[in-house]
Design a protein around this ligand. Structure first.
Ligand SMILES: O=P(O)(O)OC[C@H]1O[C@H](O[C@H]2O[C@H](CO)[C@@H](O)[C@H](O)[C@H]2O)[C@H](O)[C@@H](O)[C@@H]1O
Length: 299
């Protein structure tokens, strides 16, 4: 295949000209190398699907401050017209990802789909329409009981509750004195609270989200592959919530559909890196990969 090993970073050209895109990296697995080859040789069949936080947007202390990497939208807009479909698959409400990502009204992204709340919601760039299920009644019940449960668990300073449009609620520990200890202490009581109201706990990077069952990023990705008729897939993620999407790509591969698993490298989620074909250095590396793909497809 025509890919080249690369060291991520600046790629010099003649003085005054824009930096050349980095050469494509080489996946560490044979399945990954075959998938990358399929994607670059037949881009019109490829679905490129990416997680938002930690993949397209750098991790920050306050989730409300998370924004797409400055190179993410330009790279996606360069890539999208060359492939079958581009999707953002996120635990965020779709409209939050669209706003914080700056995905609306972008030339080149007319066919972007944002699959929010782990695929329960969907926003289409072409129409601007948002589809969402009715809120699960357990979310309001959990929200009402949450202060008492947090108090019983010790009310640690720095714990922050993210309201997710009435469709889920997330308890963040990143700003606690000891984020991992706070996460560990809250996991059992929040799992119990969720279960009493028909919800599940979705653990993530210093966050425990209480949300309705029945949907995950793997189900969402497989539905999108079916809908778009994609013949190859690239999926990039950084967190535990991306594991079902990784499993979906592995399933597609066993059915003969080439799939490339990309981990937006983090020290917090080693399991994802261990299962990936390619680990890139966070959103910087994801953006570099997207830009390199777009450049290669333009050749
Ligand atoms: O599926 P994703 O797009 O990756 O969303 C997963 C969760 O991401 C957000 O939390 C994470 O990012 C925050 C901002 O960088 C960070 O402060 C937090 O520690 C991370 O867990 C978001 O706040 C959650 O609602 C998403 O479910």
């Amino acid at each position: 295949m025509g890919t080249q090993e690369t060291h991520h970073g600046t790629h010099s050209t003649a003085p005054g000209s824009p930096p050349a895109p980095a050469p494509l990296p080489v996946p560490v697995t044979a399945a990954g190398r075959a998938a990358l080859d399929a994607i670059v040789t037949r881009p019109s069949a490829a679905l490129v699907a990416l997680d938002f936080d930690g993949t397209l947007a750098p991790i920050v202390e306050n989730p409300e401050d998370a924004r797409a990497h400055p190179g993410a939208v330009p790279a996606l807009a360069a890539l999208a017209p060359r492939v079958a479909a581009v999707a953002v698959v996120t635990g965020r409400p779709a409209e939050v990802a669209v706003r914080n990502g700056g995905f609306a009204g972008v030339e080149g992204l007319a066919h972007l789909a944002v699959l929010g709340h782990y695929g329960a919601e969907r926003w289409d760039a072409r129409t601007g329409a948002l589809t969402a299920p009715a809120p699960h009644p357990g979310v309001a019940a959990v929200r009402a009981e949450l202060p008492a449960v947090l108090a019983a668990a010790g009310d640690r300073p720095g714990i922050w509750i993210e309201e997710k449009g009435g469709r889920a609620v997330a308890v963040h520990t990143r700003r606690a004195d000891d984020p991992q200890a706070a996460f560990d202490a809250l996991r059992a009581p929040l799992t119990d609270l969720a279960a009493r109201h028909g919800l599940i706990v979705e653990p993530g990077r210093m966050v425990l989200e209480l949300r309705p069952p029945g949907m995950d990023k793997g189900v969402a990705l497989l539905e999108h592959v079916r809908e778009t008729g994609a013949g190859s897939v690239l999926y990039a993620g950084d967190d535990l919530g991306d594991l079902p999407a990784f499993a979906a790509v592995e399933k597609l591969r066993s059915d003969g559909v080439p799939g490339l698993l990309v981990c937006s490298g983090s020290t917090e989620v080693g399991e994802l890196a261990a299962r990936a074909d390619l680990v890139v250095p966070g959103p910087d590396g994801v953006v570099e990969l997207l830009a390199s793909l777009a450049a290669r497809m333009a050749d």
